[in-house]
Design a protein around this ligand. Structure first.
Ligand SMILES: [Zn+2]
Ligand SMILES: [Zn+2]
Length: 411
């Protein structure tokens, strides 16, 4: 887990604000759900057999004996909220939240990490899948990222997936000796997981497996075609990756992942998601289709650093008040200026002029406002520009706000 301090935190603020503006431009509204849920929400929503629930979820017993869990991913919570409140469908929501997983430390992954994401419930239309992918792609562009790629695949559905799984199992059994140690004995438990394995032994085998996209039922095939056509129409390049399957049981049809080419690591996924038409039912609600994604904030910021984009310097202060009398003018003037829409800090503890000027310099403010005995008597301040030159001058107290706005370049 980690702390985020200023000025790095100001980059986070801009990150989330940029995402919010984009999601809201497509009519996704903010949803805030509790970080702690009944553990059953995730056990039913993600599946006991998944690594996320089985090995990584933070679970604990509450004082009254209830099993609770810290949220390990976003979708199950949002679907739980939908089932509880039943907003009108289609329902489109975005979130920004910490996630908790007790996993091995790796680049850009923390046991408390943070994600932004969207979920859209209540429509099976493949154009909605395209809209969801577009939001993610447009967001990465807005941050200035270029070196990333999009992989998509179809997970099929209840009509066509069972037959494919049989085919896949048969193939993997025939090559069982060649699989990695972890998967040699675990083909039957979840053969799709072998596709996800990054070890070279398993990769060599899965190079030759039958592709799910070649065994889709007509409805799933039509869905995938429409998604691909939509992405092409929007100028979003996507490659079909036959091994792209998701670890959660509820995913159906479209699944996708964005990978950064700038991060030097096998762990270069910067966001991913897909369709989960079976989830609401699995959680005890009526059948409700859905599609969404999650984007890891830490991982994306690593990609930004690697590409040298989205530095997002904090907004500078307009003024720093240096009061050499008794702090009264600093107290009152800084508030008056903030009320006028300016960003202002001041010195405390009646430090020496040298110490206060050092503080002004370090603050990055555009100007220092100096109040000494003479200014105090005359009802003025000395405005000393700290950035971009210009001479210092006396300004009547009542005109300081106007003078600072002029300095900032605004009338
Ligand atoms: Zn393996
Ligand atoms: Zn199908």
């Amino acid at each position: 887990m980690h702390d985020v301090l200023w000025p790095e935190s100001s980059r986070w603020e801009t990150f989330v604000a940029t995402f919010a503006a984009l999601a809201e431009s497509a009519a996704y509204g903010l949803v805030k759900t509790p970080v702690i849920e009944d553990a059953a929400v995730f056990r039913r929503g993600i599946g006991d057999a998944s690594d996320v629930v089985g090995k990584e979820m933070y679970e604990f017993t509450d004082r009254d004996g209830t099993m609770l869990a810290l949220r390990p991913e976003g979708t199950a919570s949002v679907v739980r909220a939908y089932l509880q409140h039943r907003p009108v469908l289609p329902w489109k929501a975005w979130y920004e939240t910490p996630m908790f997983r007790h996993e091995r430390p790796q680049a850009g992954r923390y046991r408390q990490h943070h994600q932004v994401g969207i979920e859209a419930l209540g429509a099976v239309d493949p154009d909605l899948d395209v809209e969801v992918i577009w939001v993610a792609d447009r967001f990465f562009r807005a941050l200035g990222l270029h070196r990333y790629s999009l992989s998509i695949n179809s997970m099929g559905d209840a009509t066509c997936r069972p037959a494919y799984i049989e085919l896949l199992t048969e193939y993997l059994r025939a090559h069982a000796d060649e699989l990695c140690e972890e998967h040699r004995g675990r083909i039957d438990a979840n053969p799709m997981r072998v596709l996800d394995c990054k070890r070279p032994e398993c990769r060599a085998v899965t190079d030759g497996v039958p592709h799910l996209v070649d065994h889709l039922c007509p409805d799933c095939a039509t869905h995938l075609e429409r998604v691909r056509a939509g992405l092409e129409a929007l100028g979003i390049a996507a490659e079909v990756e036959h091994r792209l399957v998701r670890g959660f049981d509820y995913y159906t049809r479209t699944t996708f992942e964005f990978n950064s080419g700038a991060i030097e690591s096998a762990q270069n996924g910067i966001g991913g998601g897909g369709r989960y038409d079976g989830l609401a039912e699995a959680m005890g609600g009526p059948p409700t289709p859905g599609v969404g994604f999650g984007i890891g904030i830490e991982r994306v910021l690593l990609a930004c650093d690697a590409e040298g984009c989205f530095a997002s310097p904090p907004a500078p202060l307009d003024a720093y008040v240096v009061d050499l009398v008794d702090g009264t003018v600093a107290r009152d003037l800084s508030v008056a200026l903030r009320d006028a829409g300016l960003r202002v800090d001041r010195a405390f503890d009646r430090r020496s002029v040298k110490a206060q000027m050092k503080g002004a310099d370090r603050s990055g403010a555009l100007a220092a406002l100096i109040i000494g005995p003479e200014e105090s008597t005359a009802g003025t301040v000395t405005l000393r520009p700290l950035r971009g030159g210009g001479d210092q001058r006396a300004v009547p107290i009542g005109e300081v706000a106007t003078a600072l706005l002029a300095l900032r370049g605004e009338p």
